[in-house]
Write a protein that binds this ligand. Structure first.
Ligand SMILES: [Fe+2]
Ligand SMILES: [Fe+2]
Length: 296
C-alpha cells in the first residue's frame, strides 16, 4: 500500500517528495518528448505548451494513482474510536435556538426521505459541505481585512468542506440522483448558502452550534443506515474504489465500512463545530484557540 509514503509526502519540503517529484517530472518530460510535445491520457490530448502538468503519482505498489480530485497525501484513516454518543446539552438561549432549529429541519427531511438512507445521505451531503466553505471563506476575508492570522481555522473549516464533498462524491457512486432531486439540491443550495452566509456574519457562535447539532443528526442518520445494512434491507455492496483510496480501506471493504468511516468523520465535525461555538461563547475569537487541523 502507498500509505507510509503518502504520509511522508504530506510535508512538501521532504526530500522524499522532491525526489519523487523530480523523477516524475523526468518521466513526464521523456513521455512528452516521445509524444511529440503532447501527453495523451484517456484519449484526451493535453498540450504541453504551458509546461503545466501533474507529476506522475503512483501508489507504493507502483500502480498509477487514478484520482485527480485528491492525492495520496490527502487520504487518511478515520478515527473510529471517537465517541459517537457525545451531545452538547443546550443551556443558553442561543444553544436552544440552534437545537430547536436543527430538530425542526429534521421533520421535513424525515418525511421526504423516510428510510431511503442512501438517497438521504447523498442529498444531505450536498448541504453539509456548505458551512465549512462559507465559514472558511469569511475567516479568510476577515484575515485579509484585519491583517491577522486565523489560528488555523480557515484551513480547518475548508478541510471540513472538502471532507463533506468527498462524502458526496462517494455516495453518488452508490446512488444516482434523479432529475427532481437535482432540482431540489439547486433550490436548497440557493437558500441554504445565503442563509448560512448571513447567519455566519451575524452570529458565528450560533452558526457553529447549528452545524454541531446538524452533525449530531448526521451521526444518528448514519447509525440508522448501518442498522438497515445489518438487517439486510440495504445490500452491503462492495465499497466504491474512490472510498477505498480516500479512507485507506482494505480492498474488500464494503458499504458498511464506508458508512462507518463517514459517521466517524461526522463525529469529528460535530466536535470541531461545538468547540468553535464554545470559543465564541467565551467571548473570544477562533484565532485565540489553535484549530484542530490535520485530521484529514
Ligand atoms: Fe458528511
Ligand atoms: Fe459532517
Amino acid at each position: 500500500m502507498f500509505f507510509s509514503i503518502s504520509r511522508s509526502w504530506s510535508s512538501s519540503s521532504s526530500s522524499a517528495a522532491s525526489v519523487e517529484t523530480a523523477l516524475a517530472e523526468k518521466a513526464q518530460k521523456e513521455k512528452s518528448d516521445s509524444d511529440g510535445g503532447e501527453r495523451k491520457d484517456n484519449g484526451v490530448v493535453v498540450s504541453s505548451y504551458w509546461g503545466v502538468s501533474r507529476p506522475k503519482v503512483t501508489r507504493e505498489d507502483g500502480t498509477v494513482w487514478p484520482w485527480n480530485c485528491f492525492m495520496p497525501w490527502e487520504t487518511y484513516r478515520a478515527d473510529l474510536s471517537i465517541d459517537l454518543g457525545k451531545h452538547h446539552v443546550p443551556k443558553t438561549f442561543l444553544d436552544k435556538v440552534a437545537y430547536r432549529t436543527v430538530k425542526l429541519l429534521r421533520i421535513p427531511t424525515d418525511i421526504f426521505f423516510r428510510r431511503r438512507y442512501g438517497c438521504r445521505a447523498m442529498m444531505l451531503e450536498t448541504v453539509a459541505a456548505v458551512p465549512g466553505m462559507v465559514g472558511g471563506m469569511l475567516l479568510h476575508l476577515r484575515s485579509l481585512r484585519k491583517f491577522q492570522h486565523s489560528g488555523g481555522w480557515i484551513k480547518a473549516l475548508l478541510e471540513e468542506a472538502e471532507n463533506e464533498r468527498m462524502h458526496l462524491m462517494t455516495m453518488v457512486e452508490l446512488v444516482k440522483p434523479k432529475w427532481y432531486e437535482r432540482f431540489l439540491v439547486l433550490t436548497v443550495q440557493g437558500v441554504f448558502f445565503n442563509a448560512f452566509f448571513a447567519l455566519y456574519l451575524l452570529s458565528p457562535k450560533l452558526a457553529h452550534r447549528i452545524v454541531g447539532y446538524l452533525e449530531e443528526e448526521a451521526i444518528h442518520s448514519y447509525t440508522e443506515f448501518l442498522k438497515e445494512i445489518d438487517s439486510g434491507r440495504i445490500e452491503n455492496v462492495p465499497a466504491p474504489a474512490i472510498a477505498i483510496d480516500y479512507w485507506r480501506l482494505p480492498k474488500d471493504a464494503t458499504l458498511k465500512d464506508v458508512v462507518t468511516v463517514i459517521r466517524a468523520d461526522e463525529a469529528h465535525h460535530r466536535d470541531v463545530n461545538h468547540f468553535a461555538s464554545d470559543i465564541h461563547f467565551q467571548g473570544k475569537e477562533l484565532r485565540d484557540a489553535a484549530a484542530p487541523i490535520g485530521y484529514h
